[in-house]
Write a protein that binds this ligand. Structure first.
Ligand SMILES: [Zn+2]
Length: 87
């Protein structure tokens, strides 16, 4: 499916609670109906990196927001990672 018209220069907007001392910013796109989150098997600054196969967004547990699948459910792996991340 073709992407919507890209919004000019707004997609790199800093997430809330922006961080310092971290590496490249996460990709955060506008999630759509296709969202489906899964672990990538990769680490980002020591945290497990999750990615959405629907919109290409990325997430780690220290982010202030929580990914939700197109089903409206927070994926169990994300919930587990959130719990772990809180310590
Ligand atoms: Zn998504």
């Amino acid at each position: 499916m073709l992407a919507d018209r890209k919004q000019p220069a707004r997609r790199a907007a800093r997430p809330l609670g922006s961080v310092d001392g971290m590496s490249a910013p996460l990709e955060i796109a506008a999630c759509r109906r296709l969202c489906s989150w899964a672990e990538t098997g990769r680490l980002r600054d020591g945290e497990r990196l999750f990615a959405c196969s629907g919109c290409g967004s990325e997430w780690v547990a220290s982010e202030p927001w929580t990914p939700i699948d197109h089903t409206g459910v927070i994926p169990p792996a994300v919930q587990a990672e959130r719990r772990r991340g809180r310590g």
